[in-house]
Design a protein around this ligand. Structure first.
Ligand code: NAD
Length: 467
């Protein structure tokens, strides 16, 4: 029997950030997860390995593009064994690090699966065999999410992949169908396209990345359309069947076709399947998310929920901040999770990122906003990179000129968005951004110049302010 102040169930970026902070605050802490080290889906089978592969995909694209600058590399030869080893080693180094950090902080890490007995007791079936009982004052449920696979897309064949099996990079299929034009479909589809697969993307709605502003998506869609064989919008898969020669896919709106492999990436759903949760007062909403307040506390006072299992957006950085909030509340601090902006990044080429209010959301809410856009064709830095296909936009409250949202598309948009998040969080107005000296020549200047556009005074864009 182990007695702790806090037990965290699930060691993804939400769970391990929570456990580490709890230990840092002097609370006796246990962390439970079936993997050998903390990391969760993000580090073992998601964000991290996919970014390692996307880095290589970008290099391949850049090398091909270098022809235009008079540098000829020839056709690249890809050694899949070595590429897999690079990706696996990234994961190993990171999870080895989190394992060591847990030890150094004296977080008791139990490799196994937890089941709740009551609101203060958890049993853990250890991977090495046997069972351990934990008595806790507080538990944090951080069990993440799992892929959604609708019945029409359920085929028991290893050629039909989810994001995990696609990341294993079993081979480079001649043809790949990606079902779902969201984060995973576009990121992993881009990897396979760069490696040489003829990739077709099928998306049910009338556009890629339904959550993002269309002017940003349009820029990305142009490059996706150029690198993929097909992008079919407003199209659904009605049937899939495994045949010796491939996976036969029937669509509504397209003739049926045979593909070497299929990647299904049509969304994720919360994973609240902790046995015994029903013995507590913890409640789920209609979609299966654990209901909680802004302090991350569930209907059971001793139990908190964070990350994907606690609601959208299902993003690692949201999970870790929620985790830290839950721990601060447990430690008796005055804390609540009330961010003004949670950034979203799609790591395609170009990258697409946004934070805070989108223009589409403002329209849906009937909220009056001003929008200032700076096209990267006017950025010296973008020109030096031969990447003028970017756009930076600010969504502004016209009554007080506060920045409510920032959207970016272009290489490194995922890094640039952090400045937008800070601006929104700090309640910065457009003048603050305009007056902040940005280094030249960098892509960060596009944020400053978008602010100048707002006033009709951008150095590199002639667009007088409409009065
Ligand atoms: P998603 O919600 O981003 O995209 C799913 C897409 O599939 C949507 O565009 C949807 O309209 C479409 N779709 C749904 N059913 C369909 C069908 N039957 N046929 C065709 N299209 C269909 O989901 P995802 O790509 O599976 O990713 C899951 C979650 O993982 C994301 O919501 C995100 O929270 C997280 N994620 C984040 C990142 C990142 O931050 N860069 C990367 C990967 C995943």
């Amino acid at each position: 029997m182990i007695d702790v102040h806090v037990v965290v169930i699930g060691a993804g970026p939400g769970g391990y950030a929570a456990a580490f902070l709890a230990a840092d605050l002097g609370l006796k802490t246990a962390l439970v997860d079936p993997e050998v080290n903390p990391g969760g889906v993000c580090v073992y089978r998601g964000c991290i390995p996919s970014k390692a592969l996307l880095h290589v995909a970008n290099l391949l694209r850049e090398a091909r593009h270098a022809d235009a600058w008079g540098v000829h590399f020839g056709e690249p030869a890809v050694d899949l064994v070595k590429l897999r080893a690079f990706k696996d080693n990234v994961v190993k180094r990171l999870t080895g690090g989190t394992g060591l950090l847990a030890k150094s902080r004296k977080v008791q890490y139990l490799q196994g699966r937890g089941a709740l007995v009551d609101a203060h007791t958890l049993t853990v079936k250890l991977v090495t065999g046997g069972e351990e009982t934990i008595r806790f004052k507080h538990a944090i449920v951080a069990t993440g999410s799992v892929p959604v696979v609708p019945p029409s897309l359920r085929v028991d064949d290893r050629r039909v992949m989810d994001s995990t099996t696609a990341l294993d990079l079993p081979d480079v299929p001649k043809s790949l169908l990606v079902v779902g034009g969201g984060y995973i479909g576009l990121e992993l589809g881009s990897v396979y396209a760069a490696l040489g697969s003829a990739v077709s993307v099928v998306e049910m709605t009338d556009g890629l990345l339904p959550g993002a502003d269309r002017d940003l998506v349009d820029v990305l869609a142009k490059s996706i359309t150029a690198s993929m064989k097909n992008v079919w919008l407003k199209t659904s898969v009605t049937k899939m069947a495994a045949e010796p020669a491939g996976i036969r896919v029937t669509f509504d709106g397209q003739p049926e076709q045979l593909f070497d492999r299929v990647l299904v990436a049509v969304g994720r759903r919360p994973n609240a399947s902790v046995p015994g949760l029903e013995r507590t007062k913890v409640a789920l909403d209609r979609r299966g998310f654990i209901v909680h307040d802004e302090q991350m506390r569930t209907a059971e006072p001793s139990i908190f929920a964070i990350g994907d299992v606690a609601g959208e957006p299902m993003l690692a950085h949201k999970a870790s901040h929620e985790g830290r909030t839950a721990v601060e509340v447990i430690a008796g601090h005055k804390a609540a999770f009330e961010p003004r902006a949670i950034p979203a990044v799609v790591f395609t080429d170009p990258e697409l990122a946004w934070a805070g209010l989108t223009e589409a959301q403002a329209q849906r809410d009937g909220r009056k906003v001003a929008v200032a856009k700076f096209p990267w064709a006017a950025s010296g830095r973008a020109l030096t990179l031969d990447r003028v296909d970017g756009l930076t936009k600010l969504i502004v409250d016209p009554s007080n000129e506060r920045i409510l949202g920032v959207g970016l598309v272009g290489p490194n948009a995922g890094e640039l968005i952090a400045e937008g998040v800070l601006a929104i969080e700090m309640g910065a107005n457009v003048t603050d951004l305009k007056l902040t000296i940005h280094p030249h020549p960098t892509l960060t200047e596009t944020l400053m110049e978008a602010a100048e556009v707002f006033f009709g005074q951008a150095t590199h864009v002639y667009k007088p302010r409409r009065t």
